[in-house]
Ligand binder design. Sequence first.
Ligand SMILES: [Zn+2]
Ligand SMILES: [Zn+2]
Ligand SMILES: [Zn+2]
Length: 756
Amino acid sequence: MRAEIKVSGIVQGVGFRPFIYRTAVKNGLVGYVRNRGDAVVEIVVEGNKNNVTRFLDGLRDEKPPLARIYDLTTNYRDDEGSFEKFTIVKSSEDTELSGSVIPPDVSICNECLKELRDPKNQRYNYFFITCTNCGPRYTTIRKLPYDRLNTTMQDFQMCDFCSREYKDPSNRRFHAQTVACPKCGPKAYLTTNKGEPIECEDPIREAGRLLEEGDIVAIKGNGGFHVATATTKSEPIARLRKVKHRTQKPLAIMASDLETMKSFAEVTPREAELLTSYIKPIVLLKKRDDYYLSELISPGLHNVGVMLPYTGLHTMLFDKVKEPAFVMTSANPPNEPIVTENAVAIKKLGSVVDFFLFHNRTIAHRCDDSVVRFHGEDLRIIRRSRGYAPKPIYLKLSVNRCILGVGAELNVTSCLLLRNKAFVSQHIGDVENLETLLFLKNSINHLTKLTNSKVEVIACDLHPKFTTTKLAQNLGNTLECQVIPVQHHYAHIASLMGEWNLKEMVGIACDGFGYGSDGTAWGGEILHCNQEGFQRLGHLQEHPMVGGDLATLYPLRMVAGILHGEIDVEEWLLSNSVRFPHGKKEVEVIVKQLEKELVPKTTSCGRVLDAVSAILGLCYERTYEGEPAMTLESVASKGKDMLNLTPRLKGNVIDTALLVHEIFNQKNKYSVADLACSAQSYLAKSLAQLAVEEAERLNVNHIGFSGGVAYNEQITVTIRRIVERKGFKFIVHNRVPPGDGGISFGQAIAAGFQKP
Ligand SMILES: [Zn+2]
Ligand SMILES: [Zn+2]
Ligand SMILES: [Zn+2]
């Protein structure tokens, strides 16, 4: 009997062909297996019926750990007797199916790690050690099928040793496309900050030593450059912050191992599991009470973002040093994506760093580290990138058109919705200029090519001036397809509905800013959402943003707007005039603007949290996105809800002036921590109460919470408690970021709801 099989899913770049080879040979079958240009694997086997059945069972049940099978079709025919043995044959360029994809980059596996440490092994001390179970994938592939010549490994000719392993069915590197050794593979080297080579025998460990001594080193990884420093000394971090103009933004660090990590941060079993998985993301961990690393790593915050070494190179950095961790922050010039090319690195990072640790392997696609945090046992993905992208998010619903979501403005990703799978791109960043726009376009191209799909509908934000909105319109013209604008907060809630396969929900969407259907700034919304669209049920009170975007940068301006008319704002602002870049003059302008009432207004929850943070003296100037609210959350984690304010609603508008006023009046009576906690509690209680009332009225069972504020643990936990006590199901994100990294997914889902 002859069986012709097509397997789609994640089956290239995961050791699938070698596995098929071994399974076929074990069952005495002849035939072939090959990769195809649509990421599908094609198999033909011939042999007796029982053996073919056993083969097919084995194919499903014993597949390699990273392989995913979405679909498997089998055609049976009569034996043709055309094969003598089973072979892996040359890949075909065939592209007829869509929706398969290659895997994300995979962190170094334990077997490779062991070999790296084994003096008798050929790859002893070799930084680019990989096998069929580990190594770069998404960042190294140029085009399908996943063959060495289609990856950036094509620049390296395999030596006899590697080539023998590559051809040996019993070897772990049988058909491993990234196979390499010190003789034939990529090489690492150290240079000055001008790119002049530095002679040394062991450049990686030398880089580790330089870091320990206090130097700043740019290190090339698999998906881009990191800028690294020591973590126990403040001087290099201060220097790095100064040259990068990053005064406060938390920097991610890489700890040498899990045990060391536990010496400065609290690690729960769930966190440890993900930290050591093949994804190895950055996890935001609570600092221990005896935290001993430099406070400059995440100033003013109760947590620190930590990851473990995920390549051979990273592991070796720690070999000869006592430093427990290194700062490992993405190397990107302001408002530009992470740097991937050696020449660009010298040009753009040369003035920032003291040395470069380069390697000579090209990066095909950049990919930043992923960032997550846990609320108890519950995973919140902040940035879904390395280790996740381009692995799809499976949906229970299915759309019949291929839909592209292009995101909003900040933390953009793109998303391709194809039948029951959503392929979300790696993290792109804030799309405000040419570099990031180009990166977004490339990511869209790469995704459509990898999945062999053709975009039929494009979904974008409702904001007419976003760069992504314009991109959607241009793409719509080029591809001659429909463009559907989706309101920002509806997209947040639609992403929850998509993730959990729900048709209706009362959604709480809280963030910094989203363009409302009435053209005003929204950001503290209660929406009734279903597949037909949404209705705005209620929101936080509108407050003036004195100076527009300036009110986002200087939260005291929000305070002035909220308290105007309640207290003598002018007098209070004058007493704080040093907090304004232009001092008393600026205060006078602010007061004048308030009196004329010619200021834009916002219902943003983020801006209320910012205002409270400023009143409590935690943050007067926002130097990175979310800073005032994040410092507030950190302080609140040590406080109690001493004010215990009762929610006050005016119709369906939550009174937040009351909250800000109370915090202002009580600021000398309670601790900052207790007031911070009380403020978050008031917001959570009010939002939950209004959502519950509306859900009862509308007879809706599910209440969801999305938007950037949903990263806040206390607010999320408080809303959950109230919602669940009232008998409703509380829905939050587990697989998609609640913040704007999840917007492209929500846009695509919302567009998918619409009937063609
Ligand atoms: Zn490996
Ligand atoms: Zn070799
Ligand atoms: Zn948002």
